[in-house]
Design a protein around this ligand. Sequence first.
Ligand SMILES: *[C@@H]1O[C@H](CO)[C@@H](O)[C@H](O)[C@H]1NC(C)=O
Ligand SMILES: *[C@@H]1O[C@H](CO)[C@@H](O)[C@H](O)[C@H]1NC(C)=O
Length: 335
Amino acid sequence: MKKIALILIALAFISQIQCQISQVTEDVEQVTISDLKTYNQWRSNNRRVFLNEEEETYRQLIFFENLNQIKTHQNNTEATYTVSLNQFSDYSDEEFKERILNKHIQKSIPDIQEEQEPKGNLRKATNYPTSVDWRNTGALGPVQNQGQCGSCASFGTAGVLESFYFIKYNQQVKFSEQQLLDCAAQAGFDAHGCNGTWQQEYFKYAIKHGIVSGNSYPYVGYQTRCRDITNLPKFFPQSFKFIDRKVSEMKSAISQGPVSVTIDASNWRNYYGGIFNGCSKYPELNHAVIAVGYDAQGNYIIRNSWGAHWGEKGYIRVSANNDCGILRSAIQVLS
Ligand SMILES: *[C@@H]1O[C@H](CO)[C@@H](O)[C@H](O)[C@H]1NC(C)=O
Ligand SMILES: *[C@@H]1O[C@H](CO)[C@@H](O)[C@H](O)[C@H]1NC(C)=O
């Protein structure tokens, strides 16, 4: 709070003195002319429009705080990843959690034992390749963007079903995230629109009701009334299972196809590239994504749904030794 107040005064100061650069840097704490230039450039790149001056000032303050965090990161010699400005740079941490992450699952821990597992159908693959990467194989369509809606689980589910379909039928399809978002709750599943849910709710919904194509039911980024999908063609997955919480089981599953995982993304928002090792030692699951590979060191390759400009073309690599809780709630489609 103190820093915000300081910067506020500083901003007033800057606007008063206009271009007297030499004075500005002095008691402005972190905000410099160069920061202001960075802000203006970022703002025009991200097409930010504000309701009024108060909102603009407020956003600007948050931006400078985030910019400062990004600069400080460069001094963190233990980090094996880089950070940058992006579409989230004028959100506070709280807003990021509130608007982008999966609020529903932050409050609950899944009871994995009681979940359904098909009998007699468990693939016991004990060996797996040293490394796997499903990118550029055709099994993954373009990276998606969930927008300002905690709908990650619908992307995690639809994306994994698309990959499953491609691996099984050698045909690229796009399934509807919006259908899951709109219809699962209405069909009585424990789903909460943009507040999020666990992916298993969407998998269970798709098994029961089928999933339609993204073209026939496009994404709009907020929850709407479930449309009439009676006459639309649907794909009915048959079964899924939770992967045992072991690295070997996870790798084995990923080697068979992309895996739906729930993870701690609290510290991901500035990620730009490299092996992410910035998760808490006590991960709090709050985001659904897709594990699409691992490298020879065991680091995971993850497909996110924050657009292709975020991270490594929409992907993040997560450290084998700081895995953001990736093993805790991972789902494999079986049939
Ligand atoms: C990074 O470290 C250098 C040297 O210790 C220091 O001068 C600089 O202020 C630090 N930068 C940030 C943003 O913390
Ligand atoms: C989402 O959560 C907010 C409170 O955080 C609540 O007011 C709202 O009704 C919830 N929406 C859904 C669809 O669950």
